[in-house]
Design a protein around this ligand. Structure first.
Ligand SMILES: Cc1ncc(COP(=O)(O)O)c(C=O)c1O
Length: 402
């Protein structure tokens, strides 16, 4: 009744259309428009295409985890969490890092829970990169790094993964490093290439940064999605490297809950002090009931250790389904992305081909040029295989016909 009454009343109230803002805006991000993920997802929706573009699972997370969040809400854990995160969760994260990588982080001073990996990356860059500092990024790279660097007055200096095989030439990185270099960003397992750094890579990186004040920002959000028996080379495994590194992790990737936006940062106390100073004014704290739920769920080691086998099976399934297609699948050692060269199909630009693939063949993918500032186009598309078998089968059926 009451709702009905308000509804009627609103008929008689004057409706105002938001007036235009009349001032001038000098944009802080002149080169940034709508991200390719939004563009491709919108295109996929418009053409009713199968969306292998955006990186998220289309299968549910654990019902137990959902229940734990609901229970925490019902138990009244609905107010601000402590700024660095719930202590029991931080303690369990510290234990997990010690078990996996034999490295000790103090939960009190060296681990902070944050609303997602992207915000964690931004808070870290914002706290540690100053006007005029150089940050080495290795392209193709996750699209938030460079805007975060530039928004904070830093300058991105570009190295690139080398083809074929997307390997890092550490001599190139060494040559780029200089006294203005504040940070080097690495990402393993890597989005979009699906490559993984090995022990030799980490040793070379350690050699480059030792005796310098360079901070390594290590984006490890796909740490548990690694295949063929390979071991994730966290910077935490390398004590000297860890002493000058910040690690960003995401529960969203590990527990199929990308929409929950919850992750954490691990770093030596001196770096963490600065990161927390910034973070407290970005978000202050992270969703409380989810932290309670994770503090219980993280005790189940299987839940994070078994996802490597689960995603490896999905990778293998997708690769098998794609046999006989004219796409050439590149090696995929980790993450939930499969890159594929379409050189044998067309010479179109990858942006154009990705759009046409969506429109005419009903499958959306991300053109890898979107992960380069200058749009380098190697005729490669990125497909996300974090999808049900049914979705992968339907997508592959269309892709083999291209
Ligand atoms: C390499 C990489 N880093 C960070 C993130 C962000 O993680 P989150 O969803 O927790 O913000 C993503 C998400 O796609 C990613 O691919």
């Amino acid at each position: 009744m009451r709702e009905c009454g308000w509804g009627l009343l609103s008929l008689f109230l004057p409706h105002t259309i938001m007036p235009e803002y009349k001032g001038t805006i000098k944009t802080k991000m002149p080169r940034v428009g709508t991200t390719i993920f939004t563009v491709m997802s919108a295109l996929a929706a418009k053409h009713n295409a199968i969306n292998l573009a955006q990186g998220f699972p289309n299968f549910p997370c654990s019902p137990k985890l959902v229940s734990l969040v609901a229970e925490a809400m019902q138990a009244g854990h609905n107010q601000y969490a402590p700024m660095p995160g719930l202590m029991p969760l931080r303690e369990l994260i510290a234990q997990k890092i010690e078990d996996l990588y034999s490295s000790q982080y103090n939960p009190d001073t060296e681990i902070t829970i944050m609303p997602g990996g992207t915000l964690a990356l931004y808070a870290t860059i914002s706290a540690l990169v100053r006007e005029g500092d150089e940050v080495i990024v290795i392209e193709p790279c996750y699209d938030s790094y460079v805007p975060a660097i530039e928004m904070n007055g830093g300058r991105a200096v570009y190295a690139s993964y080398k083809m074929p095989g997307y390997t890092i030439d550490w001599n190139e990185i060494n040559k780029l490093a200089n006294p203005r270099t504040r940070m080097i960003i690495i990402n393993t397992p890597n989005n979009p290439t699906g490559t993984v750094l090995g022990a030799a890579d980490m040793q070379k990186l350690q050699k480059i940064v030792e005796n310098s004040e360079i901070i390594v920002l290590s984006d490890e959000v796909y740490e548990h999605i690694i295949f063929d028996g390979m071991e994730h080379q966290s910077v935490a495994r390398y004590p000297k490297l860890a002493a000058q590194s910040v690690i960003v992790s995401s529960f969203g990737k590990t527990y199929h809950t990308t929409g929950w936006k919850i992750g954490y940062v691990s770093a030596p106390a001196k770096l963490m002090t600065e990161i927390r100073k910034v973070y407290q004014f970005m978000a202050f704290s992270t969703h409380t009931p989810t932290q309670y739920a994770l503090a219980e769920y993280i005790k189940d080691k299987e839940a994070y250790l078994e996802i490597a086998a689960m995603y490896q099976q999905k990778r293998d399934e997708f690769q098998k389904l794609m046999q006989g297609s004219r796409f050439k699948l590149l090696p995929c050692q980790g993450s939930y992305f499969q890159c594929a060269s379409y050189e044998k199909i067309t010479h179109e630009k990858d942006l154009d081909f990705a759009a046409r693939l969506t429109r005419e063949h009903g499958v959306a993918a991300i053109p890898v040029s979107a992960f380069y500032q200058m749009g380098e186009d190697n005729k490669i598309l990125r497909f996300c295989f974090a999808k049900t078998s049914e979705t992968l089968e339907q997508a592959a059926e269309r892709l083999v016909k291209v």
